[in-house]
Design a binder for this molecule. Sequence first.
Ligand code: ZN
Length: 300
Amino acid sequence: MNARFRMTGRTPIELVLDCKATLGEGVCWDAGRQLLYWVDIPEGTVHVFDPATGENRSRAVGQPVGAAVPTKSGKLLVAMHHGFALLDTGTEELKPLLDPEEDKPDNRFNDGKCDPAGRFWAGTMQLKAERGAGALYRLDADLTVHMMVEGVSVSNGLAWSPELDRMYYIDSPRREVTVFDYDHESGDITNPRAVVRLSPDEGHPDGMTIDETGMLWVAHYGGGCLSRWDPANGERIDTIPMPVRRVTDCVFGGRDLDILYVSTARNKLTEDELEQQPAAGGLFALKPGVRGIAAPPFGA
Ligand code: ZN
């Protein structure tokens, strides 16, 4: 292991919630409420974790759910198997909004996130990950939906540069991070090209976040680690080994946005593997020595 492997000031990796999720995903920090949202996709549950108390509340939405983000009105916008809906975490009322893939019942929404202007981006995948069967959508505050990328296989991580001029995107089977030129005013994206490439022995790139210095953090599904990259030259800066193999997503949270929360999965693990990774499916946290960027709520 070389010297760059360790960053100064990094704290140990802590299991903050031993939730044994089947496929924990979509970690999202609500800076206004200081809460962490996450989903367990196949279980169809949306979770609200309060790091201050350790309390985790969950709500079943009756179908697989890929992401949940806060809205300006204080609800959660969720991307489910069958489209977008608003979830009131107080009354637990779930109000369907629209489904851009009503004609594709075998597709479901996967990861999703708000851009710096408060537009919600979420992509789909075919249930058996058929190549190119999904797409990436953008839902604007006026509830118009726009297909932004076609021919997606497993829509996953999203991030926007601190300068608001780039969008980063992961379609997992491609084993790369794609960058687009991003127009902050209109939400348009153009000029896609690959900036980061993973080798097959590193698992699949899954969720992603960005720190305040513009470096990308990628969760390795099946690769047992997080990696940090400089998108300007595609170079890996750091690797953080995790105690479980299926690392699904990461987001900066906490009052100072200096805690990296990491979701994981225990799906498709054998009995032996589960014995070796008893914390699989848990929610982890570490302080990597750098801060993230707060995402606005939907409609902001
Ligand atoms: Zn994912």
